[in-house]
Structures are given as C-alpha cells and as structure tokens.
Design a protein around this ligand. Sequence first.
Ligand code: HEM
Ligand SMILES: *[C@@H]1O[C@H](CO)[C@@H](O)[C@H](O)[C@H]1NC(C)=O
Ligand SMILES: *[C@@H]1O[C@H](CO)[C@@H](O)[C@H](O)[C@H]1NC(C)=O
Ligand SMILES: *[C@@H]1O[C@H](CO)[C@@H](O)[C@H](O)[C@H]1NC(C)=O
Ligand SMILES: *[C@@H]1O[C@H](CO)[C@@H](O)[C@H](O)[C@H]1NC(C)=O
Ligand SMILES: *[C@@H]1O[C@H](CO)[C@@H](O)[C@H](O)[C@H]1NC(C)=O
Ligand SMILES: *[C@@H]1O[C@H](CO)[C@@H](O)[C@H](O)[C@H]1NC(C)=O
Length: 363
Amino acid sequence: MASSPSHFFVLIATIFISSLFHPSTAQLNSSFYSCTCPNAYTIVRSIVHQAMASDTRIGASLVRLHFHDCFVNGCDASILLDDSPRIQSEKHAAPNFKSARGFEVVDRIKAALECSCRGVVSCADILALASEASVSLVRTFFRFWFVWLPRKHNACKDFKLCVLQSGGPSWTVLLGRRDSTTANQAGANTSIPSPSEGLANISNKFSAVGLETTDLVALSGAHTFGKAQCRTFSKRLYNFSGTGGPDPTLNATYLASLRQICPEDGNGGFGLANLDPTNTPDGHDFDNNYFSNLQSLRGLLQSDQELFSTPTAKTIAIVNSFSGNQSAFFQSFAQSMVKMGNISPLTGKDGEIRLNCRKVNGG
Ligand code: HEM
Ligand SMILES: *[C@@H]1O[C@H](CO)[C@@H](O)[C@H](O)[C@H]1NC(C)=O
Ligand SMILES: *[C@@H]1O[C@H](CO)[C@@H](O)[C@H](O)[C@H]1NC(C)=O
Ligand SMILES: *[C@@H]1O[C@H](CO)[C@@H](O)[C@H](O)[C@H]1NC(C)=O
Ligand SMILES: *[C@@H]1O[C@H](CO)[C@@H](O)[C@H](O)[C@H]1NC(C)=O
Ligand SMILES: *[C@@H]1O[C@H](CO)[C@@H](O)[C@H](O)[C@H]1NC(C)=O
Ligand SMILES: *[C@@H]1O[C@H](CO)[C@@H](O)[C@H](O)[C@H]1NC(C)=O
C-alpha cells in the first residue's frame, strides 16, 4: 500500500485528519466499568429482578425503552429526559405518550449506581444492561407440571406455578455509551416505526439505523412479552383500511377474543392485550411462540402479522425458521440486540454522564 514515501505521507495525513473530524470513534466494550464500577451489572440485575416481583410486565417495558432510545439519535438515553425549558421530551412523542413505561425503575437503578459509583455509569448503558437483564431473567416456560430443575435465576416465586423454567437468551452487553444533552421529539415522532405504516416503511426505518431484515424479524420477536393498547391495533378488528370488516389476515377465533378486550367504542382504546396470546393471563414469558402465532394468524399488531402475511416478503422464511427452532431465535435475538445497542453511541468526551437520568447535568 504505502509503496513510496509520498503515499506514506498521504496515509499518515489522512489518519491524522480523520482523527480530527472523528475525535471519539471509541468502540463499546464489555469491560468498560470493570475498574470504575465492577458491580454495575449485578446492581442493575438485582433491581430489575426486584421490580419483576411486583410487575411481571416490567421487563418488556424496559426492553422497549432501549429500542425507542436507540432509534432516535442513537442509544444516548435521550428518551429519559423530562420536559424542561430547553428540552421537549421524547416522552410526549406519539409512539411514547401514555405508552412508554419503566422510567421509575430506571431511576431506582440510577440511584443505586450513584450510591456505589458516583457519576460513572451512563443512563444509556443502564437501558442496555436493563434490557439484557429483563430478557435473561424472564421465564421461558410456564407450565403446570412438576419437574424440578435447578433454577438458573429466581425470577419466579410461586413454586406451584413455576416448576420448569429458565431465562430467555442472555448476551454480553457492550458498554461505554454516554448520555445526550438534548432530546429529539420530532425524531421520535418520525423514526420509531408505527404498527400500521406497512412492512416496506418499517424496513426502511430499520435500514436507516443499519439494521437488516433478519434484525427486524428477530427484534420483533420481543413481542413475545408485554402488552399493547387497543388503540394500537383496533383498526384491524372493525374497519380495516376502510373495508368495513376486519383485517383478513387475522385469525377468526383470535379476532373474537380481541373484540371482547377491545369493544368498538371502548375505553378510549387504552384496554390492554398480551402481545403474545399464548402467555398465561399475567405471565410474560420469553419464547418463540410469537413466530408460531404469526403462522396461525395470531400476530397482534398489523406490523407483526405482515412479517408472515406479506406475499413474497423475505421475512416469511425467517419467521418460519424461528418458529421451528427456538435456539436459532434466541441466538439471532441476542446478536440483533447487540447491534441495536451499537446505534450511534456517544463515546469518549461526547455527551456526559448524567447524574439524574431525567435531567441534563446543571440544567
Ligand atoms: C418492528 C416495528 C415495531 C413496531 C411497529 C412496534 C410497535 C409496538 C406497539 C404499538 C406496542 C404497544 C405499545 C402500547 O400499546 O403502549 C409495542 C410494544 C412493545 N414493543 Fe414493539 N414495535 C416494534 C418493534 C419492537 C422492537 C424492535 C422491540 C425491542 C427489541 C420491541 C419491544 C416491544 C415490547 C417489549 C413491547 C411491550 C411493552 C410493554 O408491555 O410495556 N418492539 N410495540
Ligand atoms: C474499553 O473502552 C474504553 C474506552 O474506549 C477503553 O478505555 C478501554 O481500554 C477498553 N477496554 C478494552 C478491554 O478494550
Ligand atoms: C410529536 O407528535 C406529538 C403527538 O402527535 C405532537 O403533539 C408533537 O407536537 C410532535 N412533536 C414534534 C416536535 O413534531
Ligand atoms: C410510508 O412512507 C411514505 C413516505 O414517508 C409515506 O408517504 C406513506 O404514507 C407511508 N405509508 C403509510 C401506510 O404510513
Ligand atoms: C369504514 O371506513 C370507511 C373509510 O374510513 C368509511 O367510509 C366506512 O363508512 C366505514 N365503514 C363502517 C362499517 O364503519
Ligand atoms: C386460528 O388459531 C387457532 C388457535 O387458536 C388455530 O388452531 C387455527 O389453526 C388458526 N387458524 C388459522 C387459519 O391459522
Ligand atoms: C437450531 O438453531 C441452532 C442455532 O442456530 C443450530 O445450531 C441448530 O442446528 C438448529 N437446529 C435445527 C434442528 O435446525
């Protein structure tokens, strides 16, 4: 390459100049806090675990916060900032308003970390760590049979109901993100996918942040837990695209049960349905049933069912493969979560380490 001195000079000059323009291209890594806050992972995990005891849905809500953070200006905790004279909070953007939850648990995690390692662990990293804890601690199986297996994690306290269980997938969380000093409410309105905008538009929003078709399908598998409000899917139940009838890609039995949860003019659309109807009434287990649901036309959101029901879509084969092989889903999900967590982080001297996740320091 550097075959002559002048080539060599150009090479050195290029490296120098590009380092001026990209002062912080530092990569995230898993040992970022190994000296400065070695217990960070344990602290996050124990508070998520505690929160799950009183709110079985909290893991789902925390994973969604990380997603909605990363899709807007990268994974920089911008979603956590409250309104202030200089901040138009992303919490009031359409995809988050009266929907995003889990902020109090993030506050509790932050308070515990500030107690152990003041000013060290970023709020953006808390969201990444809490997501991994949420998925790996949640039940995989929820069956009423009596086979005792050593429990990997004590995510379930009721022995009668939770006999056979283990966590969802786990992965090594990369760390070193810093927190933004701004929010982007307009960005949150436009960059986060909406359930009714169509597969092509949603794929484009994923591509815009470097995520491919496999990532889209694997990450949509997060809808194996958690809940959605009637207003996010009720168009499918009554007057789909102005047809006067329901979405034809909606299973008739499932449709009937959803109409009971979401009557046509009920409740302002704030009623709740499990994203995965195979979850027991208040169970939120993490498994590959989401994909077999799509095969039997039991995707809750239009965006879910379209992964399987859009003619000739590349997503169909991926749904089929995850439906037939839970380990393949778990492996892809873990990889795609790491990839999502790598969306444009602030590193080095960019941004700051917020002391309170809801406020910019000194602001
Ligand atoms: C593919 C495009 C996606 C769309 C259109 C979408 C849309 C939605 C909607 C409308 C809800 C219900 C919100 C409510 O009613 O309050 C929801 C819930 C949820 N989403 Fe997504 N989502 C998408 C992708 C993802 C991804 C990539 C993740 C995470 C990796 C994710 C994780 C979740 C979780 C866990 C819930 C349940 C939250 C809870 O119970 O609090 N979603 N999503
Ligand atoms: C992790 O990243 C930080 C910041 O870029 C760096 O200081 C540290 O040496 C890295 N650690 C490893 C093991 O690569
Ligand atoms: C974002 O959407 C919400 C709800 O539709 C709207 O009230 C708000 O003005 C929008 N914000 C921006 C900055 O576009
Ligand atoms: C898809 O995106 C295009 C371009 O932004 C927009 O014009 C169109 O309305 C979107 N489709 C739906 C169904 O929202
Ligand atoms: C369904 O919606 C279309 C267009 O919005 C409307 O013209 C039609 O009257 C509606 N049908 C029923 C049965 O409500
Ligand atoms: C509808 O769902 C039921 C399970 O509730 C399933 O047995 C049936 O095969 C599904 N129908 C279709 C058309 O997939
Ligand atoms: C399921 O997926 C895993 C992980 O990708 C793979 O190693 C395994 O061979 C697959 N099993 C089958 C039966 O295809």
